[in-house]
Write a protein that binds this ligand. Structure first.
Ligand code: ATP
Ligand code: MG
Ligand code: FE
Length: 352
């Protein structure tokens, strides 16, 4: 089964061709075109600019992906695209492209939930059996999910305000670290002292899996105004911020692991997965890997390039659905909001 996947829900125009067979998935070729230059002056993603950039780049990205994969359109068995959640202008571009290719070739179209792409992404590079505990940390989401299988996601807890990626991006902006903020803040943190600035660990003392990061962002703003922002100070605040995030995520993940453990046989070797753009952060990855050793969970995470948005994860989710005989209708509409634990692509209520 060979599937082309297209991703356009935020600020990367991406596509991949993936082959799924008895040995699992193989990515034959992929292209990711990021819009960093387009949004840099604004310090964040501007939806209108993103939509236009996707429209300009999408056809070329698909063409280059096919070329890099060494397959022609007639070799492709299905066309998958992110149909939500995300910025609706961008989502429309990828979705319409996949639908057009589907009509032109007479092969199925499959609408994919972007979060399902992230949720399944560790399986692109290693064997991770269901069920597993997933920490999805991205630009718009921060949640624990029990992934029981395709289409079977159980949300265990989430942030009550900002996503972790959002907190990274906004703190980076306050610190003058530029866009995109996450990787820039991680680099600054590597040079700083994480004990230099006292920052809160929100909801750490509260039982359960609610998380909150808005207050941390405000605390970074206050710290940035308290003293002149020298390079050293920026690095210290960055390191202290990253340490606060790490402490909260480690603590909440431990709670989530204990919850999941209770429902499993005592000899089970469950896996813990971190996915989404923030999963590319090396400090967080290694702290959570250490926690896995303590709690007896197998650690899994996609390679860095598949943490942030990419076409491979969309092609993979599409291929898995196609393999089950699922496909979407041409009347499927884009959904700006679409919780992962709600409903499947094919049966989901539509927007617009
Ligand atoms: P969502 O998946 O929730 O719709 P998104 O698609 O915009 O949001 P991703 O592409 O998965 O998000 O991730 C982007 C986010 O990851 C940004 O907020 C970015 O700052 C953050 N990020 C990327 N690399 C790192 C890193 N090394 N450290 C911390 N954060 C990072
Ligand atoms: Mg992005
Ligand atoms: Fe994403």
């Amino acid at each position: 089964l060979t599937v082309l996947g297209i991703e356009t829900s935020c600020d990367e125009t991406a596509a991949a061709v993936l082959r799924l067979d008895a040995n699992g998935p193989t990515v034959l070729g992929e292209v990711v075109a990021s819009q960093f230059d387009e949004h840099r002056d604004y310090g964040g993603v501007v939806p209108e600019i993103a939509a236009r950039a996707h429209a300009e780049k999408c056809d070329d990205v698909v063409r280059e992906t096919l070329k890099a994969s060494g397959v022609s359109l007639s070799d492709v068995d299905g066309f998958a695209a992110t149909t939500g959640p995300g910025l609706v202008g961008g989502v429309m571009v990828g979705m319409m492209t996949a639908k057009a290719l589907s009509i032109a070739t007479g092969k199925p179209f499959i609408g994919v939930n972007h979060l399902e792409g992230h949720a399944l992404s560790p399986r692109l590079s290693e064997t991770v059996d269901f069920p597993y505990l997933l920490l999805l940390v991205s630009g718009g989401h921060c949640q624990f999910l029990r992934v029981n299988g395709l289409n079977d996601y159980q949300r265990l807890g989430s942030t009550i305000d900002d996503a972790v990626g959002e907190a990274f991006d906004k703190s980076a902006k306050v610190l003058g670290l530029g866009f995109p903020g996450g990787p820039a803040l991680e680099r600054a943190a590597a040079e700083g002292d994480e004990t230099a600035v006292k920052l809160p660990r929100p909801l750490l003392d509260r039982p359960g899996l609610d998380m909150s990061f808005a207050g941390l962002k405000t605390a970074v703003l206050r710290a940035s105004e308290a003293e002149p922002l020298t390079r050293e100070r920026v690095c210290d605040i960055s390191a202290s911020f990253q340490a606060a995030i790490r402490d909260v995520l480690v603590h909440k993940t431990r709670t989530a692991m204990q919850m999941v453990r209770r429902d499993l046989p005592s000899d089970a070797q469950p896996a813990f997965v971190i996915a989404g753009g923030v999963g590319a952060n090396k400090t967080l990855r290694s702290a959570l890997q250490g926690l896995c050793e303590e709690e007896g969970f197998a650690f899994a995470a996609p390679p860095l390039k598949w943490c942030t948005d990419n076409g491979a994860m969309i092609a993979y989710a599409g291929a898995m659905r196609l393999a089950l005989g699922e496909q979407s209708g041409m009347d499927l509409a884009a959904r700006p909001r679409w919780p992962l634990d709600e409903a499947s692509a094919a049966s989901a209520p539509v927007f617009g």
